[in-house]
Design a protein. Sequence first.
Length: 230
Amino acid sequence: MNISLNASLSMVNDQLKIGIIHYTKIVVSQSPQMIKGRTQLYQENLFLEMQEQPVTERLGIQEWRKVWKAFGADPNRYRHSAESLMRRIAKQNYLTPFHSAVDLNNFFSLQYEIPIGIYDMAKLKGDINIALGDKITGYEGLNGRYNSLENILYTEDAEGPFGSPFVDSARTAVTEETTEALHIFYLRPSLSEGECSELLESSGKMFTQVSGGDFTFALLTTSNPTITLS
């Protein structure tokens, strides 16, 4: 499987960086109490911090709002997923445990203040392309409705769009039956490639400590726009 950044994206932001983690032989189940407790404490601390520093002033959220706007989407109307999570917590509407893959995905998104998506590899077909949506791009999302992705980054496989930093599709959702998964990190463009690699490696280690299995990671950039998963 090849994963590629569409060349047109670099004309808007030549510092765009997308992190990829590929997990194999994982077990997705109820999160251990340690993860539940850590996530709850993290949310409570974020809530307190956001009494002094509004969501849109947090550096990661702020940076991705600028990326959003540069590609043509309205960040006030279509909020990227990390900002949506943060806004929930600012209202003390804390996230409740779902399963280990989703819980860790949300934890990483809050920790790094970036949109992140995780997908079941068994439900993906062919190569993957990361591009910018147009008027006809969209899918049925995990939020239970059709989501238009016009002027929003999205990922597609041979069957069509399946993910984005806005909301993911229901088609490729990770479940407790998933044994192989793809994690896509919409990294802050301002991070160096070294910082991105450290973030991905740290996340992969934490994920496999909880879910078992193995992982490899790679970084997509405008100078390295295609990677191959074996």
